[in-house]
Design a protein around this ligand. Structure first.
Ligand SMILES: NC(=O)c1ccc[n+]([C@@H]2O[C@H](COP(=O)([O-])OP(=O)(O)OC[C@H]3O[C@@H](n4cnc5c(N)ncnc54)[C@H](O)[C@@H]3O)[C@@H](O)[C@H]2O)c1
Ligand SMILES: [Zn+2]
Length: 523
């Protein structure tokens, strides 16, 4: 409150030629009361309900014509609403020091603060308390802009830049970060994000280094401080403690300290390993992810999971460690192998089913252009997938609820992947088959219609993903379902889909799946 929202919003509306709505004014018009009266007569809860309702209305109106909306300081304190708004709009928090806020908050003729939340007799204490309470709410935004002592046009420039960047925010309190999605922008984005660390360690692999490391170096070569590079051997078999020790070796030799920055440039193997090395080197340094495969962009870039494998246990040594930012340059997908690229499309289809029916339609309409790796289409696809995952992860950091939906197609998919010794099928191919199996299993339980199954299978086919389930493959996989990491006793939380955007988890007995599995086959 009193950080200059109205002034900055009015200025931006003029500059960008956009309509501007002040939500408090809208509330006052609709309720025919001042905000102060509403608070006094109806209480804060009623005010917040109205505020929420009108905000969602304005956001849906903004789908047609972009709007600038200025919000009261408490509007996005409710986390669920905040995550929804972050998904649909670019959110900028304007901040100011306590003194500035107190100086700017106007008093009425009786000397009372006109802002209802400051109406008590110790406004300074109230401001300090509110700022502390709302710390996460204010940090979870596309940008946080300090306004003290800065001109309107300076502030306008900064907010406009944030608006035009149009990134996806992964809301994680103090660890909130943004995913930049574009084509051909590694150097520029990296230069923008890198800050001024004491040193940088670029980690990549032998396949990616010759293709893209030069672009990263361009952005780093002007930085002061040490610079190290580690080129890992490519592939999952090197996602190990030994591989990790190569990163530590590079960090040690180039003198990386607490203030240094690690940069992981490559597929999910490289970004997972770099993140884990960053989580553990001198008890944790910051890192940036530059994923260069479709899987790493749509899946590994959100959620802060970092790890290496141990023996046959995948990702068993790891940590949650959010990156400081992620850069997805879809141009790098042009050189990805056909098998890896197509395989990852199964995760895209999965994501569409879980949370974006419009994406499902886009995939159906544009399957051929996707195969040709059309850059503008890839950019849209990555953007939409990252948004879905970011929203789910933000709403469920502890993995107790809807995050389980991301496991759609994975219960039987993992078993198929494991029964092929992790070589016959890639993870993506196994997920494609797992999706078909999950939908058919849903059909048997009366949850999924045969129409929806047929629609998904048709899409997988057009994307050149495997979709034929053989009885023998399913039988081989059957006993491995019990190894599911998300198993609870004799049941698993199986994910069912009734249609795009209509997905839920339900405890399902392992014996039910095992007894029916052969019936899911085509033959
Ligand atoms: N952290 C998470 O939440 C999360 C989510 C999903 C998957 N993962 C992990 O991701 C890993 C799989 O990722 P992946 O499929 O990217 O595999 P990968 O990292 O092994 O990359 C696949 C291959 O492609 C090469 N490559 C990468 N980018 C390239 C490019 N642009 N052009 C040409 N070649 C390129 C690599 O060198 C490698 O040989 C697994 O280890 C999995 O556990 C993590
Ligand atoms: Zn997966």
């Amino acid at each position: 409150m009193a950080t200059g929202k109205t002034t900055v919003a009015r200025h931006l509306a003029q500059r960008l030629g956009l309509e501007w709505v002040d939500l408090d004014e809208l509330i006052e018009r609709r309720s025919a009361r001042t905000v102060a009266q509403l608070f006094a007569e109806r209480g804060e809860a009623v005010f917040r309900r109205l505020e929420r309702e009108l905000l969602l209305e304005e956001l849906s109106r903004a789908q047609q014509n972009p709007l600038i909306i200025s919000l009261g300081g408490g509007a996005l304190v409710d986390r669920e609403l905040r995550v929804e708004v972050l998904n649909q709009a670019v959110v900028v928090t304007l901040t100011a020091s306590v003194d500035t806020i107190l100086a700017r908050a106007q008093r009425d003729s009786t000397g009372q603060m006109t802002r209802p939340l400051l109406a008590g007799n110790d406004p300074e204490r109230t401001v300090v308390r509110l700022l502390a309470e709302r710390k996460d709410a204010y940090r979870e935004a596309h940008g946080v802009v300090a306004t003290d002592g800065r001109s309107i046009s300076e502030l306008g420039d900064e907010v406009e830049r944030i608006y035009r960047d149009d990134t996806v925010v992964v809301a994680a309190g103090e660890q909130t970060y943004q995913v930049y999605i574009g084509a051909g922008q590694i150097s520029d984005r990296l230069a923008q994000l890198v800050g001024s660390p004491s040193g940088t360690l670029l980690v990549t692999d032998e396949n990616v280094a010759p293709l893209y490391a030069p672009r990263a170096r361009v952005a780093l070569h002007n930085l002061a401080g040490a610079h190290g590079e580690v080129v890992l051997r490519p592939g999952e078999e090197h996602k190990s403690l030994l591989g990790l020790s190569h990163i530590y070796q590079g960090a040690f030799q180039s003198g990386m300290d607490r203030k240094s920055l690690f940069i992981g440039l490559g597929g999910g193997v490289v970004t997972d390993m770099t993140g884990f090395a960053a989580a553990t080197w001198v008890r944790g340094v910051s890192w940036l992810g530059i994923p260069t495969t479709l899987l790493a962009m749509v899946d590994a870039s959100v959620g802060g999971k970092t790890a290496v494998d141990f023996e046959t246990a995948k990702n068993s040594v790891g940590a949650f460690w959010q990156p400081k930012g992620v850069i997805c340059d879809v141009e790098t997908l042009k050189s990805e192998s056909e098998r890896a690229f197509v395989g990852a499309l199964s995760e895209v289809v999965k994501t569409a089913i879980i949370g974006d029916p419009g994406l499902m339609e886009l995939l159906e309409e544009q399957a051929d252009r996707i195969a040709q790796r059309d850059l503008s289409l890839l950019r849209q696809i990555v953007d939409r997938c990252v948004r879905v995952k970011a929203r789910i992860v933000a709403l469920d950091e502890r993995e107790s609820g809807i995050r389980a939906h991301l496991n759609l197609g994975h219960t039987i998919g993992h078993a198929l992947e494991a029964s092929g010794g992790y070589t016959a099928l890639t993870h993506g191919e196994a997920v494609s088959l797992g999706l078909v199996a999950a939908l058919r299993f849903g059909q048997r339980r009366g949850h999924t219609t045969s129409d929806f199954s047929a629609r998904v299978i048709q899409l997988l086919k057009r994307l050149k993903l495997p979709h034929a389930l053989t009885r023998s493959a399913l039988q081989r996989a059957s006993s491995l379902i019990a190894h599911d990491k998300k198993r609870a006793g004799s049941s698993v939380r199986f994910i069912y889909a009734r249609g795009a955007g209509d997905v839920w988890a339900e405890p399902t007995a392992l014996t039910d799946i095992e007894n029916n599995i052969a019936l899911l086959a085509d033959d």
